[in-house]
Ligand binder design. Structure first.
Ligand code: FES
Length: 88
């Protein structure tokens, strides 16, 4: 199925790009822009983005790597402490 008509990108192209990126780097955050670049293309009108994103989400390799999970909680705790030591 063609997902992006401007660049003639299919759902199989998107899956192949995601699988290749995940195999190359297990900790990479995969974005639509990276998928376009991996395919040697760039978005034109952007009209395909909702379908492009839903196609990406269906890929099993789109999970956030374990090493990158919970980072927001760490930032929140750090902000809450305002980087002060206990003696202050
Ligand atoms: S349809 Fe994908 S950029 Fe236009």
């Amino acid at each position: 199925m063609i997902v992006c008509h401007c660049q003639n990108i299919t759902d199989k192209d998107i899956d192949a790009a995601i699988n290749w990126m995940r195999a190359a780097d297990g900790t990479a955050l995969i974005t639509p822009g990276k998928v376009y670049r991996a395919l040697g293309k760039s978005a034109d009108c952007g009209g395909c983005m909702p379908l492009f994103l839903s196609t990406m989400r269906k890929n099993d390799n789109m999970e956030v790597p374990m090493t990158l999970r919970g980072l927001r909680a760490g930032i929140t705790q750090e902000t809450q402490d305002e980087r002060r030591q206990e003696s202050y």
